[in-house]
Unconditional design. Structure first.
Lengths: 146, 509
């Protein structure tokens, strides 16, 4: 094992900043808006072990693609803290095309599977595995996208 | 995961781990989706509009309560309902479901459950509550093969679960994760799809007077903790894939006075980088009865099939103490110290100097991806004063798959046995002095664990946990005075246990 260090993606090149209306309901004229950033070409991998995300906390530059790699022996899922289970996530992804709707259900994340998402909106993304944790407890993680 | 997989020896992984690199194609589908969204944004060219930010940025949503579909208890009238008392929440008298009572409880509360069948998956996130059945055998949480865990304690410290049965859950009967201080007492876990009693990433706990049967992994498991400061006492584990499993646990991890029988394999502490806090180390296994772990008709994970026919098997564990157990009737070894080959590891082997790192410390270390497979050798383990008989390959054994056995530091002393691998093992590897290549012939009768792979290929396959044959559920002693005993939250400090006073238990049928 190597020494402790924090990996920070710092060489971000923001090629475009697009601001648009992007509410969950596109028919809603008062929808909230999301600032998105073009991909910066950076890719990082988070190991998904039994039953931990490694690293637990991660800071990346906006526009970075994150690959979650299920390297354990068990099924896991990756749910934003606002979602309670696989069904809720599937419903979210089906109804919300915005880039902040993300995550993967356990049926699509068995050992050996990967899941990737482009984090092109700044913010703090708290997530967890509903099989082995709860928001902020057990198997959980945080991505700070800045 | 294979204990030893020759086809994977030398397997090289080119995975990038936690590294920054230029983007490449990946199998994840969401990338495409995100890109589509981004293209859509560009086409829209909507101009500059203030954005609302990140939905998931600061959420602190209450944890899921999973399914709380409690039917009314199946029995007609709870006959032993305790009277309402300050700090005591009665189910179903005060709260229709266990989950409702848990949600209403505050620290220090005692939840008393009347006899009945509760179709619930209970989640606990409140510290220091006690959940107790009034009768171990008739307070039954039943997952109906649909719900995941009987009771899951997530990040809540000091929670005690007492005197009840959990059965037919797709995952675990009783599950603690991420806690400091836990206690399970008079618990029965029956026919659950992963583990019976499952303790993960938790420290300071006791599992006592409990039972686990019918799970493909272990009847009882404690993993990813160092120091664990945990005790398993008076546990009976049978008809599981593994009687006990502990991956990367150890450090005041004590397993005593328990029975492991009729599993595929009995007691299996093990190391691997698929969980954090490796290696497994400093587990103390004393005064247990371990027998008949050749059971061919259990549900079983792959490791259980590979380990089948062994009583106490340290698979890549280090610095364990195995003393004064009675171990008999196994097709392979009574007590075996063998390597664990991890074919696709997530980190390099830790240096010996890192074995003392706490779990919390090691979690923060960044992994260094090895070039190929890892061989976790069992090392520095003491096997002393055990009584063994009728273990067909060898009563006591040590093996590797490439390392010189005298370099591993395992020692054997004062055991009552007939056969060993290599031969004359107690002369080759005595305790208290450095081991030497010149102590004798280390190759005569040595253990060839590679052959176990062949055995695994032809071993009876796993049986569906939902339909595996189990004997009638025993009627167990219940917790004394369950209705009136005060509720005491779990302490993170282990009770004093006099290990020196434990003797080899008498043989039973």
């Amino acid at each position: 094992m190597g020494s402790m260090k924090t990996l920070r993606v710092s060489s971000i090149v923001v090629s475009a900043v697009l601001l648009m209306s992007c509410g969950a309901d596109s028919q809603d004229s008062e929808a909230t808006s999301i600032a998105t950033v073009a991909p910066n070409g950076e890719v990082i991998t988070i190991q998904v072990l039994d039953n931990s995300y490694r690293p637990l906390d991660f800071e990346i530059a906006v526009g970075t693609e994150v690959i979650f790699d299920n390297r354990g022996r068990n099924d896991h899922n990756i749910l934003p803290d606002t979602i309670t289970d696989d069904a809720g996530l599937i419903a979210l992804l089906a109804s919300d095309p915005s880039p902040t709707a993300w995550g993967v259900a356990s049926t699509d994340f068995v050992p050996g599977d990967t899941y990737s998402h482009l984090f092109n909106v700044a913010g703090t993304y708290n997530y967890y595995c509903s099989i082995h944790g709860a928001p902020g407890a057990g198997m959980y993680g945080t991505l700070v996208v800045s | 995961m294979a204990l030893l997989a020759p086809e994977c020896m030398g397997l090289s992984s080119s995975r990038e781990v936690l590294s920054v690199k230029k983007k490449k194609n990946s199998r994840g589908g969401n990338m495409k989706r995100s890109m589509s969204a981004l293209i859509g944004v560009m086409l829209l060219g909507a101009g500059l509009v203030a954005c609302g930010g990140d939905d998931s940025a600061t959420t602190t949503a209450a944890p899921s309560t999973d399914v709380a579909t409690s039917d009314a208890p199946a029995t007609d009238e709870p006959s032993t309902d305790a009277p309402s008392t300050e700090g005591v929440l009665n189910v179903p008298a005060d709260y229709a479901t266990i989950q409702e009572a848990v949600d209403a409880a505050v620290e220090g509360d005692l939840i008393l459950i009347a006899p009945g069948t509760y179709n619930e998956a209970v989640q606990v996130t409140t510290n220091n509550i006690i959940i107790r059945g009034l009768d171990r055998n008739t307070v039954i949480l039943d997952g109906n093969f649909e719900l995941d865990n009987g009771i899951r304690v997530v990040g809540a410290n000091g929670v005690a679960l007492e005197n009840m049965t959990a059965m037919n859950y797709t995952k675990n009967g009783f599950f603690w994760t991420g806690v400091t201080g836990y206690r399970g007492d008079y618990l029965t876990a029956w026919r659950n799809g992963d583990y019976g009693v499952y303790v993960f990433d938790s420290v300071g706990g006791v599992i006592d007077n409990s039972y686990g049967a019918g799970s493909p992994d272990a009847g009882v498991y404690v993993g990813q903790c160092y120091p664990c400061d945990s005790l398993i006492n008076h546990f009976t584990s049978e008809f599981n894939g593994l009687g006990y499993s502990g991956t990367n646990s150890g450090g005041n991890m004590i397993i005593v006075n328990s029975i492991f029988r009729h599993n595929r394999a009995g007691v299996v502490p093990n190391s691997g980088s698929y969980e954090l806090c490796y290696p497994e180390r400093k587990t103390t296994i004393i005064g247990n009865l371990v027998y008949d772990n050749n059971q061919p008709d259990t549900p079983a994970i792959d490791v259980a099939i590979l380990a089948m026919g062994n009583g106490i098997l340290s698979a890549g564990g280090v610095q364990n103490i195995i003393e004064r157990n009675r171990v008999w009737n196994h097709n392979k070894t009574g007590i075996g110290l063998v390597p664990f080959l991890e074919e696709d590891p997530n980190d390099s082997l830790p240096e010996k100097s890192a074995w003392e790192s706490t779990c919390a410390e090691s979690k923060n270390l960044m992994p260094v991806q090895p070039d190929g497979a890892l061989l976790w050798d069992s090392q520095d383990t003491t096997v002393r004063g055990n009584v063994l008989e009728d273990n067909r390959r060898a009563d006591i054994a040590v093996g590797s798959a490439g390392s010189d056995l005298w370099t591993l530091g395992n020692c054997f002393e004062g055991n009552t046995f007939t056969t060993s691998a290599p031969l004359d093992l107690e002369k080759l590897a005595p305790c208290g002095s450095p081991l030497s290549k010149d102590a004798g012939d280390w190759t005569a009768g040595d253990l060839n664990v590679i052959t176990w792979l062949v055995d695994a290929e032809t071993a009876p396959p796993s049986v569906d946990w939902k339909t595996a044959t189990l004997p009638d559920m025993p009627v167990f002693d219940s917790m004394p005075d369950a209705a009136t005993a005060p509720g005491v939250p779990a302490s993170a400090t282990l009770p004093t246990i006099d290990l020196d006073a434990i003797t080899v238990p008498d043989k039973i049928d």
